[in-house]
Ligand binder design. Structure first.
Ligand SMILES: Cc1cc2nc3c(=O)[nH]c(=O)nc-3n(C[C@H](O)[C@H](O)[C@H](O)COP(=O)(O)OP(=O)(O)OC[C@H]3O[C@@H](n4cnc5c(N)ncnc54)[C@H](O)[C@@H]3O)c2cc1C
Length: 444
């Protein structure tokens, strides 16, 4: 296993009937389970591998309000509000701490992008508290920041949480509120009766239910395809490392084009590659290109395209399967790509040149993760109108850890028919077909 994931043992017995089945035990699935269970809804959470073992334990652990799409800000604000009380609410440690975050600016053009973002979210600024830092202000917040940074975008109330702790802790809290938590329990598909959801078939048996929430991360596309639903999704691969405890380093999380870092609860740092991601060519890369291109062309400089084994792995993966036979989810319990070690070496070199404290950092672990990506880099948090009772929660495209609790809360609203806490319209399934394509806002 790649990380020091806190294990969540499975329940012994599969429930025969619940109100809601949640597919996937990442941060979105466990948060949805928790907020539903808290409202007295009976829930079964089914995870094909271990709770949190894919993206939700591999990410950088940033919980940041700044830099996102303006239409997502209310969801993000609510999510951070939930993180602030989460440890107390669930009676366990998620590692959440407020630490502040900075996007470092190297040029006048970067500063203009920061100012442009602040302008685009002006109505939320009192709650966000985000500001554009001058060169001098940057030195006050991040002492010793190298002189080639001319300022940055800063939010003092941004935070961090520990990906190896958070999803397991929330899953256990959902269980203590009555949810069944099944691991090594792939859901092969759903069943319908008179056109609406009536249950799911798992590798351990069937569960009757009225609603299904698919929070399957990078697997949502193939799950939907087998159910006859077209779901647009691609994947990006990215590498990460963590250090052993390191004294004297910055407490504020920071990101520059070539690296990112944030303090960990154990005193070390989680270090990422900044905005550098790999797009492994797979058959879907070609099928999806027209839908993704309007966004991809903005992000092209941050993506490296590679042809490798994954092309053939995905080419030979069954596109259709029967629910009484083994599904692809059982054949790949945990997506565990290899990190690109040479990239991580380069990242540490650049980071150490900028912040000399990292010269003495001892690397404790390196790993990689597969980010699920939607065509406009915005999430789908939505009912699927063609199949009443079926919902999808995924697509955060690299920022779903911080938004996880807010997304889970919203899914609980949608499933129960409660008044949504935030407007779900920007996250609807039909947004690429019901009008002009949503405008893409590059993240800052
Ligand atoms: C390297 C990296 C860095 C990142 N950094 C950040 C960050 O700093 N901040 C941030 O906000 N976001 C970050 N992200 C993004 C964030 O991690 C994801 O958006 C978020 O974790 C997605 O959560 P999820 O629950 O949707 O998916 P996942 O965590 O991937 O969980 C989906 C789960 O569904 C299960 N599953 C799938 N199909 C089935 C099935 N049929 N039956 C049963 N189980 C199934 C899978 O096994 C998996 O465990 C990063 C991502 C990566 C990879």
């Amino acid at each position: 296993m790649h990380t020091d994931l806190d294990p969540v043992p499975t329940d012994a017995v599969l429930p025969s009937r619940v109100d809601v089945v949640i597919i996937g035990g990442g941060i979105l699935g466990v948060s949805t389970a928790y907020f539903l269970a808290k409202r007295g809804v009976s829930v079964a959470l089914c995870e094909k591998g271990e709770i949190g073992a894919e993206q939700s334990s591999r990410n950088w652990g940033w919980v940041r309000k700044q830099g996102g799409d303006p239409s997502e800000i209310p969801l993000t604000l609510h999510s951070v509000e939930l993180w602030n009380t989460m440890n107390e609410d669930i009676g366990a440690e998620t590692g959440f701490r407020t630490c502040g975050s900075i996007s470092l600016a190297s040029s006048a053009r970067d500063i203009a992008a920061c100012e442009g973002w602040v302008d685009s979210v002006r109505e939320y600024l009192p709650e966000l508290g985000t500001k554009v830092l001058s060169k001098r202000e940057l030195q006050d917040i991040l002492p010793g920041a190298p002189r080639h940074f001319v300022g940055g975008l800063y939010t003092a109330t941004d935070g961090r949480a520990e990906p190896q702790l958070a999803a397991p802790a929330i899953a256990k809290a959902a269980r203590s509120r009555g949810a069944a938590v099944m691991t090594n329990c792939a859901v092969r598909g759903f069943e319908t009766s008179a056109g609406r959801i009536s249950g799911v078939v798992t590798e351990k048996g069937s569960i009757a239910c009225g609603s299904v929430v698919l929070a399957g991360g990078a697997w949502c596309r193939i799950f939907c395809a087998n159910m006859g639903i077209f779901f647009p999704q691609l994947k990006l691969r990215t590498s990460v490392m963590r250090t052993k405890p390191l004294e004297g380093g910055p407490e504020t999380a920071a990101m520059a084009p070539g690296y990112s870092f944030r303090r960990r609860l154990d005193g070390g740092y989680t270090i990422g590659t900044g905005f550098m991601n790999y797009a492994d060519l797979v058959p879907d890369s070609f099928r999806m290109l027209p839908l993704f291109w309007p966004t991809l062309r903005h992000e092209w400089s941050t993506i490296r395209v590679r042809l490798g084994r994954r092309f053939f792995d995905e080419l030979t993966m069954p596109a259709r399967w029967r629910l009484d036979g083994v599904s692809p989810f059982e054949a790949a319990r945990i997506l565990d790509p290899d990190p690109v070690v040479s990239d991580l070496d380069r990242v540490l070199e650049t980071l150490s040149a900028d912040f000399p404290v990292f010269r003495s950092a001892k690397i404790a672990k390196q790993w990689a993760g597969m980010i699920d990506v939607s065509p406009d880099a915005m999430p789908f948090l939505t009912a699927i109108p063609s199949t009443p009772g079926f919902f999808i929660a995924t697509g955060f495209s690299g920022h779903g850890f911080g938004n996880g609790p807010g997304a889970g809360y919203l899914m609980a609203d949608l499933v129960t028919g409660a008044k949504p806490h935030v407007n779900p319209h920007p996250f609807r399934f039909s947004r690429f077909t019901d009008g002009p394509r949503p405008e893409y806002h590059a993240r800052v």
